[in-house]
Design a binder for this molecule. Sequence first.
Ligand code: PMP
Length: 385
Amino acid sequence: MNPIFAGLPTTIFEVMSSLARETGAINLGQGFPDDAGPEDIRRQAADAVVNGSNQYPPMLGVAELRQAIADHYRRFQGVSLDWEREVMVTSGGTEALAAALLALVQPGDEVVLIQPMYDAYLPLVRLAGGVPRFVNLTPPDWRLTEANLAAAFTPRTKLVVLNNPLNPSGTVFTREELELLARFVARSGARVVSDEVWEHLTFDNRRHVSVLALPELRDRAVKIGSAGKMFSLTGWKVGLVCAAPELLKVMGKAHQFLTFTTAPNLQMAVAFGLAKDEKYFDDLRQGLAAKRDRFAKGLIAAGYKPLASEGTYFINVDLAALGETDDVAFCQRLVREAGVAAIPVSAFYAEKPVTTVARFCFAKKDETLDAAIERMAAYARAATS
Ligand code: PMP
């Protein structure tokens, strides 16, 4: 069997979720909202199942959705795309990542990965034969700097995988940071795979800057989006891929043997969703920012030290402030003794992990967040008494 997969442990998300099920804990580990999602978009999908086509759609995605993707990014991110040659639909951001990495990495290529990182990146880079080089971001700010980029880039760097906004840290990279990255990319003639699935979830008036909006990266970057995150429908798995024709063409060849297509009805409903006005996306952002604030306030009152969350569904707690030295042990105790599941951030590093941060998902009903805070407050009281 392939050791890349045979040697992988069960993901921490599954470990914590099954512990949460076993113990009846409130699950703030895995990142998904606990509401049903926008009814109008779900009705569009239902209608497309009953009245629309259920046969293989075009390999690159239905024309309606590819046009809607190009229109959406023109409106929201100032990116101009040729929908016929620069846009592809995949089965989730995950398939888009697989298609991009399998298509763009050759055996022996150095690939820069920015830690903490989403767990799919490293096995896919290894599968493609890439040689990982890590940029280490550290709390409390998790910023990209000249020094941490210089430690990973070499003249042999062929690709960089960027995640912006960054899961699990909740960092939204600024235009200046992206320009700094672009200088390193240009120096080594590399390409960028930019995982922007959290693009609409940026808080406090921060605006997402896509790699494709930077002229230096426009033709050397692949942008990946996910309808699941934009519409709070994480099970839908509709991925949005944009890149210059030369890159998209090769990724299309990988996509044809990964899944070939994605359910046409969901594609039609996502096209409807992408055409929504600014207000839908503002409300989404504001609704989540309010949840973040409610949860952070509760954490502070309960004696925990939350770190800043600039975007995503996640907020982190600084465990060093509690005198903790091991985030895995803390999360194991928290789920068993407090009844709240979180994710240790060390799980997002392949080497030299930061081990004193735990990630909590706040995309939950207010009463769920309040109940979690109550349990964590009782746990903190018991720990200090
Ligand atoms: N990239 C990142 C950074 C994510 O957080 C996620 C989902 N949690 C994905 C990719 C996967 O997206 P999808 O569910 O559309 O496959």
